[in-house]
Design a protein around this ligand. Sequence first.
Ligand code: 13P
Ligand code: SF4
Length: 350
Amino acid sequence: SDPALVERARKAKAALGDRLFVLGHHYQRDEVIQFADVTGDSFKLAREAAARPHAEYIVFCGVHFMAESADILTADSQKVVLPDMAAGCSMADMATFDQVEECWEVLEDAGIADRVVPITYMNSSADIKAFCGRNGGAVCTSSNARRALSWAFERGEKVLFLPDQHLGRNTAVLELGLSLDDCVVYNPHRPNGGLTDQQLRDAKMILWRGHCSVHGRFTAECVDEVRQRIPGVNVLVHPECRHEVVVKADYVGSTEYIIKTLREAPAGSSWAVGTELNLVKRLAQQFPDKDVSFLDRTICYCSTMNRIDLPHLVMALESLAAGQVVNQITVDADTAHWARVALDRMLALP
Ligand code: 13P
Ligand code: SF4
């Protein structure tokens, strides 16, 4: 990265001192991650944001829904900044509030809404989290989806899982022992979600038709191909991957789990990792005694995570150092209240 920009970021950060706390998601670029006070997966970063009551400014190097969650979990006086406002998440955009409200009406018309607990993946907008809070549901992340689903099934017969169908299906089938036939996919672009009332009544998991465009690119053929190419390779993937990929993999878990698994792996072992490329490259550098490669043959960055680059970080830090708050993420009070209810239910999971 440009040494002049590195120096400017360092200077601005030093000038802000303890008034500033920088959070960095594992999928961020190296040029940005070097300035993070803490790195983590979405769950860890949400907790870290909540645990910094003295920081006046939280600069969130990640995507929009993460910065919203940080704003919800921090005090009103604290300001959360996203260095580039265009850093969204295509998965989160696949479930809008109006679509989810309409889906709930479909469930009401089918006579099942009072038996459904809505669970939303962290990768969703604040108003979807608030919807879950208002309707007895909770948030989950990839590191606690199993516990969140167990919690939901203690409270209702069925779960509406938003917006990632793959995380929902993988967790229900591989961790809770449900069958694929227990799951249906609700398509917000089709009347009645593309389902009959009977299908909705029979289902245990109603999966929203959303997915991550980055993890959705890994295929079962990628796994077959890497096993042929690297004999004895361990395949380690994120649960946002399609079901057929996760079924063929050896290990599955959140980004924190992926890092821990590689850290603890024996020297000389081989790993093909199915998650975002910035993280996989960093892990390959960090653990040179292990053979760490990318599961796909093509390049697979998250383009919105990558929008946060060093020039944007410098702009955010220098503005704050000059007393100007740019790109602040704020969630309105009512939405924040109910989203917090859903987030607190997650944070209280055993
Ligand atoms: P985690 O960091 O929670 O595993 O999530 C992955 C992801 O896609 C974040 O957008
Ligand atoms: Fe969204 Fe996927 Fe990018 Fe995560 S990796 S921010 S889920 S598009």
